[in-house]
Design a binder for this molecule. Sequence first.
Ligand code: SAH
Length: 194
Amino acid sequence: MNPIIPNIGYLIIIIGTFVVRYPYQKRNKANKIERNEKDSIEKFTLALVFLGMMIIPLVFILTDILNFANYNLPFPWRAIGLLIIFPTLWLFYRSHKDLGLNWSVSLEIREKHTIIDQGVYKYIRHPMYSSIWLWTIAQILLLNNYIAGLSGIISFGILYFLRVNREEKMMIETFGRSYQNYISRTKRIIPFLY
Ligand code: SAH
């Protein structure tokens, strides 16, 4: 497969996720932040993800400087990478839509925060992170380069594992039993599994 096609596929993920998120980012500014846990770990890992999933891939797509670290996956793997774009963008869109005014890029509780346990949140507690895990898998399959392909799963993996327990602790401290009950009936990332 001509690398231009997987490269365009990756750009579609970047543009698609931006288009989905932008209106929520704008609208949610009106919903004041009541509790803010965006500390230096959060700021550092968010910057790392920006580097690993946006900057490094764009450097790989637009220049030749990372080409020394290329690998070459057979066609079917790249085609699977292209197919993964659809569930990635769909789940990213659905989780933003279901979370609505409660969405934040970091660990924050809004003034009118409510627990969402319907829509995709009925099946898993972190569908947005599931969609980003899918994105990191697509990145490996589409960008055949040890640096630009793996920088997503490494940077998002660090953010996810440093964040997810803290996020659930913050939700329990804010919503008590209701969030604990929600935990007992759902998995985190993959329905019925994890
Ligand atoms: N972890 C979720 C949400 C990511 S956005 C997901 O992957 O889909 C992060 C913010 O969402 C957190 O700061 C928290 O305030 C909020 N949040 C997480 N789960 C929530 C839920 N079930 N209901 C309402 N808000 C939630």
